[in-house]
Ligand binder design. Structure first.
Ligand code: BES
Ligand code: ZN
Ligand code: ZN
Length: 463
């Protein structure tokens, strides 16, 4: 991807993508080529008009993408419009960035948004073993230097696609061990430090949460730790649920379809580390992924087992299907033992969150208002939707147990997303700033994995 500055569009050999607002008329440059065609170009938001030049010029088509009114345009609307037009790009093209500028949205933002959307749109859920589809190059025409913005847009888009690819890969081909291999490859590519805690190390440490969930699987569990260092400030931690397949265990799910996506939190962590490293962000971050499957065998954990987590807190298992919180609690304890003073965790944690918010909003929980408001800003800046849900003690009371410090599930419905979040909160020290993102509804949709919340977390960490 390059930046071009054509004085005359006739010099251009590639197809042209032309964003246009209702208030604007087509620029002279293009008018000289096409004639007076303002009347039949649709300029309302998301309307596309493709004009074929029939080899009269060096380029075959000009594709206009309507942006509606300049007064009502937002970065969110631009993302959708750019995504829409990107899906139509079949040949090498150039994007006219200048015509999309407004008083509030400058050329740098336009370039970043277009490139990110274009790269995102280029992703296809691929059949394993089939060749990767060719990536069609798109250049930018801008009257300023936007090469840095191209790099940023590209690293966001390709980072998010990396998470989508890991998550879309079926569970037989994305095992805990393969997650480990992916993490090591990523660490090596960007010169990050890494530690892989294998089953023996987890046993020595007493990480009974993750080990209990792992009992039913013949593939051992791992805790993956990546360390990105590029600042003098304290370390943040991001923690992601890396459950490569959730059958529910003895509380067997009636339908496990979709449960390959139970490692989306972990995939997000790898993608965030990749984006931070590829943009050389000035932060210190630990990326932590507890990874295992949740299956059934004669060795699997059972309802009413009492287990001891890494924190030494004991848990009565009410449901073997409430496994996410059990692998996460050990990861949260471990993150704090490394010295992280703020933690963001991401997990496809509860069906209750899907019931409450559908696939529109991510459930957001926090123990610190200031930290939450900062995250809200990051979500707004990223055009991602999250809705704060409560963490009141009443939800934790539902987890009272006679045989252990608390239960892993109330065993009855009502406030399930908050119950799960309150369970996690038991493992967070008071002084640790913490955000828990329940991405059960947003991590994937009918089309596949989305990479939801990657942008927000990156922007939060970048500050
Ligand atoms: N991975 C699921 C949550 C989930 C459900 C994600 C639907 C995506 C779509 C999680 O491990 C789970 O099974 N949670 C249980 C908890 C319950 C037993 C307390 C749930 O939500 O039903
Ligand atoms: Zn489950
Ligand atoms: Zn799960």
């Amino acid at each position: 991807m390059k930046v071009y500055n054509y004085k005359n569009l006739l010099e251009c050999h590639k197809n042209v993508i032309y964003p246009i607002y209702e208030e604007d008329i087509i620029c002279e440059n293009v008018k000289n080529v096409l004639g007076d065609c303002d009347d039949f170009i649709k300029k309302s938001l998301n309307e596309i008009t493709i004009i074929y030049t029939f080899k009269k010029y060096n380029f075959e088509t000009i594709t206009f993408i309507g942006l509606g009114s300049k007064k009502t345009i937002t970065t969110e609307k631009l993302r959708k419009a750019f995504l829409n037009v990107s899906k139509k790009i079949k040949k090498e093209s150039v994007f006219l960035a200048n015509t999309a500028i407004t008083d509030k949205i400058d050329i740098h933002k336009i370039t970043e948004l277009f490139i990110e959307s274009y790269v995102y749109a280029s992703y296809k859920e691929r059949i394993i073993g089939h060749d990767e589809q060719e990536f069609i190059d798109v250049d930018i025409i801008a009257f300023e230097d936007v090469s840095e913005d191209i790099k940023i847009g590209y690293s966001y888009g390709s980072g998010i696609n990396y998470a989508r690819k890991l998550a879309d890969t079926p569970a037989n081909l994305m095992t805990p061990y393969i997650m480990v291999e992916e993490a090591i490859a990523l660490a090596k590519q960007y010169n990050m430090e890494y530690t892989i805690l294998d089953k023996n190390s987890l046993e020595e440490m007493g990480a009974g949460g993750i080990l209990s969930v792992n009992q039913g699987s013949h593939i051992p569990a791992y805790m993956i730790i990546l360390k990105y260092t590029n600042s003098d400030t304290p370390y943040n931690a991001i923690v992601g649920k890396g459950l490569t397949f959730d059958s529910g265990g003895y509380n067997l799910k009636s339908n496990c379809y979709g449960m390959k996506y139970d490692m989306c939190g972990g995939a997000n962590v790898l993608a965030i580390m990749k984006i931070l490293a590829s943009t050389k962000a000035k932060v210190n971050v630990y990326g932590i992924i507890p990874t295992t499957e949740n299956l059934i065998s004669s060795k699997a954990y059972r309802p009413q087992d009492v287990i001891t987590t890494l924190s030494k807190k004991t848990v009565e298992i009410v449901s073997t299907d409430a496994e996410g919180r059990l692998i996460l609690c050990d990861a949260l304890t471990y993150a704090q033992s490394l010295g992280a003073d703020s933690i963001i965790d991401m997990a496809t944690l509860t069906g209750a969150c899907v019931n409450a918010l559908g696939n529109v909003y991510t459930g957001v929980f926090s123990n610190n208002d200031e930290y939450y408001y900062k995250f809200m800003d990051a979500m707004m800046k990223s055009d991602e939707k999250g809705w704060r849900l409560p963490l009141d003690d009443e939800y934790f009371k539902m987890l009272e147990s006679k045989s252990a410090d608390f239960k892993n599930s109330a065993g009855k419905p009502g406030g399930g997303a908050s119950q799960a979040a309150c369970f996690l909160k038991q493992f967070i020290n008071e002084e640790t700033k913490w955000i828990h993102l329940d991405i059960a509804g947003t991590a994937n949709n009918d089309i596949g994995a989305t990479g939801a919340m990657i942008r927000s977390v990156v922007n939060m960490l970048k500050g």
